[in-house]
Design a protein around this ligand. Structure first.
Ligand code: SF4
Ligand code: SF4
Length: 374
């Protein structure tokens, strides 16, 4: 089996299938710095896709509180512990991925684990409690006092572990948009994908006895619309669209711009080796070693650039959450930024400077009088 090229790792790696990138790849950028943890995205997804029998515990979109929160509980602590200590040399990954043996050979199955039922049962339980004991009497760990919200959907990985593990070939990656789906007719519910996905984003339906997962709202994406979780986001932290490989990056595609040109949006746990296509702008206030482990070696530079944005970067960050259409191209003007959809139609125009209105002291038209409190 030939090796595949993983640009997150800047090296070739073992994978059980050929390197067949889709014609274009669905992806997203989440700016963690803006998230208020309101879970509107979670409920938007829930009310669209997972309200049927057997889906009670499914949260295709979830928002967990780091450092210790997770859905299923401790998912990342468990898989990073299994993977063991690994090494980057600069921006090149020298460690092993979940697809590789310690000798660098292809594993028979991706490294993984099956979460216990109770670990899926309680999303967000006591996640925002800093220390002490929770209701069940379990002592909560004490940590240096930072936290942030981590928004999670399926990453529609370039090298999906779920797909690699499926003995039925029921999971496929669409050539037209790179969205990863489970063929419900082929699936037999063996749950190999549940164990293999390092992000734990395939979920078993106990009623249909088939596995289900985030479908990137593909009926909307096919129409040039953004997924429900992106459209509903209250904090305007999400921007979805198309991600190119680095050598094909387009400077006027907002996702390529943030990921490849400005390098402020980074993959989550790139060391797993799946080349995930959801990217994160890391939180500025968090300890660097924690961020390095979570987002790879680009984290310090990404934070530096995000903290001191120039006019163009500031303008692109203003496109988040402004339209339900997929922005495929942007144009920066003197005092505003314009976004265009796949048909070349302008779908949004955002002023670079927020308009400022001073409300008069006496609102004569409404006979309302306001007084400033001392
Ligand atoms: Fe598959 Fe998990 Fe990647 Fe989604 S995040 S494509 S479920 S390996
Ligand atoms: Fe965060 Fe947006 Fe979800 Fe609210 S809707 S939790 S701001 S990602």
């Amino acid at each position: 089996m030939p090796k595949v090229n993983n640009w997150h790792l800047k090296r070739q790696m073992q994978y059980p299938h050929e390197d067949t990138r889709p014609g274009r790849q669905f992806g997203a950028v989440f700016d963690i710095n803006r998230c208020i943890g309101c879970q509107t995205c979670t409920m938007a997804c829930r009310s669209t896709w997972t309200f049927n029998d057997g889906q009670e515990y499914m949260w295709w979109n979830n928002v967990e509180t780091k450092p210790f929160g997770g859905f299923p509980q401790q998912w990342d602590v468990k898989i990073t512990t299994k993977l063991g200590q690994q090494k980057w040399a600069g921006d090149k990954y020298e460690g092993k991925t979940i697809f590789e043996t310690p000798d660098g050979e292809l594993r028979e199955e991706p490294l993984g684990f099956a979460p216990k039922k109770e670990e899926w049962r309680f999303p967000n339980i006591y996640e925002d409690t800093a220390s002490g004991t929770c209701g069940s009497g379990v002592s909560l760990p004490v940590h240096e006092n930072f936290f942030f919200y981590l928004q999670r959907i399926c990453n529609h990985c370039t090298y999906p572990a779920c797909l690699a593990a499926c003995p039925r070939k029921a999971i496929y990656k669409r050539p037209e948009d790179g969205i990863v789906l489970v063929d419900q007719k082929r699936c037999r519910g063996y749950q190999e994908c549940v164990a293999a996905c390092p992000y734990k984003k395939t979920m078993f339906n106990t009623v249909t006895t088939r596995t289900e997962k985030c479908i990137a709202c593909y009926p909307r994406v096919e129409e040039g619309e953004i997924p429900r979780c992106m459209a509903a986001c209250v904090g305007s932290i999400r921007l979805s669209g198309w991600v190119s490989p680095p050598d094909e990056a387009k400077a006027d595609n907002p996702l390529d711009y943030l990921i490849h040109i400005r390098k402020i949006a980074l993959p989550l746990y790139p060391q797993f080796g799946t080349e995930p296509n959801v990217y994160y702008i890391p939180p500025r206030w968090v300890k660097r070693p924690f961020l390095l482990q979570m987002f790879g070696p680009g984290a310090p530079e990404a934070i530096e650039t995000r903290t001191n944005p120039d006019k163009e970067l500031k303008a692109v960050l203003k496109l988040f959450g402004t339209t339900k259409r997929t922005i495929e191209r942007f144009e920066l003007k003197a005092d505003h930024i314009e976004g265009f959809d796949g048909d070349g139609k302008q779908v949004i125009s955002v002023p670079l400077k927020e308009p400022f209105y001073e409300r008069p002291f006496h609102d004569v038209a409404n006979s309302a009088y306001r007084f400033n409190e001392p």
